[in-house]
Design a protein around this ligand. Structure first.
Ligand code: BDR
Ligand code: CA
Length: 345
């Protein structure tokens, strides 16, 4: 049976790959795409979502514009990571025909109240926080929330302790985690602990191009900037594709595992955006999060390739040779040392 989902996102290169995956999965019915300010400003995010829908032949999926600024702090985009067009400077042609209708939260409320629907959040949690404030009943009826964001044992990507989505709107993230606590529910936190292990390498991209030149070239086009960014920033040959793991995990629970823990997001100061995960139960509070700590890159890429390329997993016989799951194994295998010091050691 298909599960209905709203994809709340800030496309964004890896958001775009996640959208492509979601649209390729028969397990999911993408009811709509809601856009939040994050990697790119909302208008650009809407335009990028439509470019992806057009490429996927799915312009029937509606797109709604959401929050243009975080709840409290100033907006900081991530165009340095995603390119000046938010889509890796691919400068794909604009897709005309979008009209502003319902707001993102208006669409969410209407859809959630109409029947079971989950939200896969791939950007800052501002839209979900606004929904909680505007319509707590609708928020409480969300079947499940899976959020790409935060980090537990891994270091951050915006500060030593904070990941971009929660750092960009710490108040929004904190409110959503508090709301889950109040409702006695849990949010699935697909954080950097697991997403850092999902590295699209040149080998994998080349394999994709060989298997399906149309899809492979498109992915290459929108990820080239991201590859360059990762080389400059992290000395990584490849790019970490965070957001598709949240979509994949939503459909297949065997891809990640983790711990249930009470989790709070820091709103300000040195550790702004940090996810404080009470794994030892110091606060004696019930868990409001399933914090994912382990993943299986090979299983993820099997699913990613098979769905995106529309081929059966048995036909992906080269994948195991291109992905090594354990240990430090060098640039082309997707598990790199993380600092220059380690490289030199
Ligand atoms: C997250 O931030 C964005 O740059 C990515 O799209 C992802 O959602 C990773 O920190
Ligand atoms: Ca994102």
């Amino acid at each position: 049976m298909k599960r209905k989902v709203i994809i709340d996102c800030d496309p964004g290169i890896d958001d775009s790959l996640a959208l492509m995956l979601a649209l390729s999965m028969e397990e999911l019915e993408v009811a709509g795409i809601t856009v939040v300010c994050g990697n790119s400003p909302v208008e650009m995010g809407v335009s990028n979502a439509r470019k992806i829908l057009s490429f996927m032949g799915r312009l029937d999926v509606p797109v709604f514009a959401g929050a243009e600024t975080p709840l409290k702090r100033e907006y900081v985009n991530a165009l340095d990571t995603h390119g000046s067009d938010g889509l890796g400077e691919s400068f794909l042609p604009e897709i005309p025909g979008w009209e502003r209708t319902l707001s993102a939260t208006g669409f969410m409320a209407e859809t959630i109240k109409a029947g079971p629907c989950s939200v896969i959040a791939l950007g800052p949690l501002t839209n979900l926080a606004v929904l909680y404030r505007e319509d707590p009943l609708a928020f409480s009826r969300i079947e499940e929330i899976v959020s790409m964001g935060g980090c537990f044992r891994s270091h951050g990507n915006c500060s030593p302790v904070a990941e971009y989505n929660y750092w960009a709107d710490p108040d929004g993230a904190a409110l959503v985690y508090e709301a889950m606590e109040n409702l006695g529910k849990t949010i699935s936190m697909v954080g950097l602990d697991v997403t850092r292990k999902i590295v699209l390498t040149p080998d994998l991209l080349e394999y994709m191009k060989r298997l399906d030149p149309h899809m492979g070239e498109f992915v290459a086009k929108i990820t080239k900037f991201y590859f360059d960014f990762h080389w400059q920033q992290e000395h990584l040959i490849g790019c970490v594709i965070n957001d598709p793991l949240a979509v994949a995990y939503f459909a297949d629970r065997s891809l990640c595992s983790g711990i249930m823990a009470y989790t709070q997001v820091e709103r300000s100061g040195l550790s702004m955006g940090q996810t404080v995960v009470d794994s030892m139960g110091f606060y004696r509070k019930p868990a409001n999060a399933l914090v994912l700590t382990e993943t299986h890159p090979l299983a993820f890429f099997r699913l990613f390739f098979s769905r995106l390329l529309g081929i059966g997993e048995p036909h992906l016989e080269l994948l195991p040779a291109l992905i090594k799951e354990e240990g430090k194994c060098g640039a082309f295998l997707g598990c790199l040392p993380t600092t220059w010091q380690e490289v030199e050691a």
